[in-house]
Write a protein that binds this ligand. Structure first.
Ligand code: NAD
Length: 246
């Protein structure tokens, strides 16, 4: 389709699938990632794909990344804010600095990239797709930093949609459990909590990115793609669900 697409965290997992699917659609894609080995492998096998080595937590790196992307793509139509990584929480001694670092990757970088790409995206009536997590809405213990980054990106999505519309449509995807490992089979216990009956795949998320880029009447929304995991109601003793004490 000849779009210029910018992706963060494109060397592995969901981001890699997103890059591949845009390339298959005939677009040019530029991604940033800290994992140089995986990134170079990917780029060397993929015509139309450009790689910038860097950490999205550093705003100076983001500025150079966007300049590099524009040099190579000549235009920016789509920004996908995908990179993030988990961290500990309040129970295991998460420090202020560690909390802040996770926000730098998962929340401040998406804001800064949106700011840097804003004029290009407006000119091209583009799209921003943010990747959150179902953890934006529900928690396990000891997950404060990651959960807050994901809650923040959901709010950033509707704030940007109002600021940048009508030219730029901004949406977010909240994945549930997505298998980004080599593991191919999952047991009955693993999938029992997922009403769709399977662990998700990077393709499940990338298909939603494609859908959101192809439509023009959804903006500011976060769409959960978790196989229904957040919809199951659990009561001890009902429907074979039992609390197992430590
Ligand atoms: P992944 O670890 O497989 O891939 C993430 C990629 O981002 C890696 O290539 C990594 O090197 C890169 N990256 C990480 N930190 C970076 C940084 N600071 N700067 C540049 N690159 C960086 O992860 P994934 O599972 O594909 O996750 C992608 C997105 O989906 C993340 O936002 C994650 O929070 C979200 N998500 C994943 C799941 C899941 O079950 N896999 C569930 C919910 C949400």
């Amino acid at each position: 389709m000849n779009r210029g697409v910018v992706v963060t965290g494109g060397a592995h997992g969901i981001g890699k699938q997103i890059c591949s699917d845009f390339i298959s659609a005939g677009d040019l894609v530029c991604f940033i990632d800290t994992d140089e080995t995986r990134s170079l492998d990917f780029v060397n096998q993929t015509p139309g794909l450009f790689y910038y080595n860097g950490d999205v937590a550093d705003p100076a790196v983001l500025k150079r990344f966007v300049e590099f992307a524009l040099d190579n793509l000549k235009r920016i139509d789509v920004l996908v804010n995908n990179a993030c990584r988990g961290n500990k929480g309040i129970l295991s001694g998460l420090t202020y600095e560690e909390f802040d670092h996770t926000l730098s990757i998962g929340l401040k970088a998406p804001f800064e990239l949106s700011r840097l790409c804003k004029d290009e995206l407006k000119k091209n009536r583009g799209r921003i797709i943010n990747i959150a997590s179902s953890r934006a809405f529900q928690s396990e213990p000891d997950t404060e930093a990651y959960t807050c980054a994901k809650g923040g990106i959901v709010a950033l999505t509707h704030a940007l949609a109002i600021s940048l519309g009508p030219e730029v449509l901004v949406n977010c995807i909240a994945p549930g459990w997505i298998n980004v490992t080599e593991q191919e089979e999952f047991g009955r216990e693993d999938v029992a909590a997922i009403p769709a009956g399977k662990v998700g795949t990077p393709e499940d998320i990338s298909k939603m990115v494609t859908f959101l880029c192809d439509q023009d009447f959804i903006t500011g929304e976060t769409i959960t793609v978790d196989g229904g995991m957040n919809k199951r109601m659990i009561y001890h003793g009902d429907w074979n669900w039992y609390f197992k004490p430590d």
